[in-house]
Design a protein around this ligand. Structure first.
Ligand code: SF4
Length: 473
């Protein structure tokens, strides 16, 4: 069977023990891999009432069955764990090269459980796995820590999965960063890794991922590449005068990454996620290990709380909290990462931050919108794309039959389109069941009240509010 390595690496941090175990191929058949398989294992292994930041919570770092193969954008992998931000199961997806290296080291998944007594990092070099002291890099930003540990490793091709000070301080907006700029940004997964006292996971593999049917793979891949190029798939990225180079994940012809020149030098600049010329803030979030989207929203919530008088001037400690103040914004980002002063409350994320002032309605937190049949199919397919380790941007060019053909060619199996979609549905149902088990409220599946009730004050849409009910009922 191609694609899978068939092996899972389990690391018990409390006992400082590592072990290998075989992949459950029946689970793999039903849940594919990545998000699906890890979600199923999480449901089976972890009690629903664990505290997300306790040693009893586990972190599954799972590659897709296509990760590390020749398939375009087959670089994706994900972290599945309980989110400290909202208590639900989270699947935080990232690209880069780390997942590929893990497959080359012959592992489909790493499971972190327990908690190390002191800060540690994990070194995976093919089948040699070590848990090592990380006190010398604890407290350092992601760029610095990665540089130091790479030098110690002594191999340019090693890849690092790292948290910054935000994760160490358990900010609920903390990310896990890979290849310096590729983040698993959702759900506060960086805080979960920080709660386990794990700074970094270094991996270097020298093997390769076997695939089942090479002639069929060549055929389906050239078809997929033709469609991706023909559809001119790329992100609607903001290409500023400051753009210096593009950057791609493993085997990606789309290359959505951007490096931009800011006033203080070149950094990973705004991608599709950013608006405005806030390259420096963007880079600082990467460096300190914060989710830039949540940080943007949290600072905006803070500004509104200050404008409405919920935050008193003395609580600001002299740091301006106002729209358009770039210097103040940079300082708030730093305070959030280090949990300093008001930054400690902001580090809880926009909802809990606004809630702590008795004004949760000021946070613009969206869960998901209500489904109609079409979006249900779309969600099933999205779960499949995530689970097999491909980038969602491919879905601008590829459809269900393309994904089914690719999966069949790589694994050497005969899924029908319906069976592939059923895997996606199973993955989502498992996640929904997990969230019901932890008591995640269904009412969270809507838009914030302000979107529905407050008319837009100006602009061409003046006077309008979101017509959710009209659209979906
Ligand atoms: S489109 Fe961007 S995020 Fe997706 S695989 Fe390519 S470079 Fe990575």
């Amino acid at each position: 069977m191609g694609g899978y390595t068939g092996k899972i690496l389990r690391i018990n941090l409390t006992d400082r023990k590592t072990s290998n175990e075989p992949l459950n191929m029946e689970f793999a058949r039903n849940y594919l891999s990545g998000r699906g398989l890890a979600g199923k294992m999480y449901a089976d292994e972890v009690s629903s009432d664990v505290d997300a930041l306790s040693p009893e919570n586990k972190m599954f770092i799972a590659t897709g069955v296509l990760t590390g193969t020749k398939v375009p954008t087959s670089d994706r992998f994900m972290i599945v764990t309980k989110s400290p931000l909202n208590g639900e199961i989270t699947s935080s997806n990232f690209g880069g090269y780390w997942g590929t290296q893990l497959k080359f080291a012959s592992y489909d998944m790493v499971i972190l459980e327990g908690k190390a007594e002191q800060p540690v990092y994990i070194k995976i070099q093919d089948d040699l796995v070590e848990i090592k002291d990380a006190t010398h890099v604890w407290g350092k930003d992601i760029y610095t820590a990665t540089d130091i540990l790479k030098q110690e490793f002594g191999d340019d091709l090693v890849k690092a999965l790292t948290i910054g000070p935000a994760g160490e301080n358990r900010s609920l907006m903390a990310v896990v960063m890979n290849d310096l700029y590729r983040a698993a940004g959702c759900g506060g997964v960086g805080a979960v890794m920080g709660s386990k006292n794990v700074k970094t996971i270094m991996v270097r593999g020298t093997g390769k991922v076997e695939t089942a049917n090479s002639s069929e793979i060549e055929r389906v891949l050239s078809m997929a590449l033709r469609k991706i190029r023909g559809n001119n798939v790329g992100t609607q990225n903001k290409t500023t005068k400051r753009l210096t180079q593009r950057e791609a994940c493993y085997r990606c012809p789309i290359a959505c990454g951007r490096f931009s020149k800011g006033d203080d030098g070149v950094g990973a600049g705004p991608k599709y996620k950013c608006t405005g010329d806030f390259e420096e803030a963007d880079d600082l979030c990467n460096k300190l290990g914060l989710d830039k989207i949540s940080v943007n929203v949290t600072i905006a919530v803070g500004i509104e709380l200050a404008q409405r008088g919920y935050i008193k001037p003395k609580e600001l400690d002299g740091t301006p909290l106002e729209f358009g103040n770039a210097k103040g914004t940079l300082e708030w980002i730093r305070k959030i990462a280090y949990s300093e002063g008001l930054g400690a409350k902001m580090a809880l994320g926009p909802y809990h931050f606004a809630e702590s002032f008795g004004a949760p309605e000021l946070s613009l937190v969206v869960k998901t919108q209500r489904q109609d049949r079409q979006s249900a199919i779309r969600k099933d397919l999205t779960a499949v794309i995530d689970a097999v380790g491909l980038c969602l941007f491919t879905s601008f060019a590829l459809g269900l039959s393309d994904y089914t053909a690719i999966v069949n060619a790589v694994i050497g199996c005969k899924y029908t389109n319906e069976e592939i979609l059923a895997c996606g549905e199973r993955i989502l149902n498992n996640e929904r069941l997990l969230n019901l088990r932890v008591g995640y409220p269904v009412v969270a599946d809507t838009l914030p009240k302000r979107f529905l009730k407050n008319p837009i004050p100006d602009s061409p849409s003046k006077g309008q509010a979101h017509r959710l009910a009209e659209k979906f009922c």
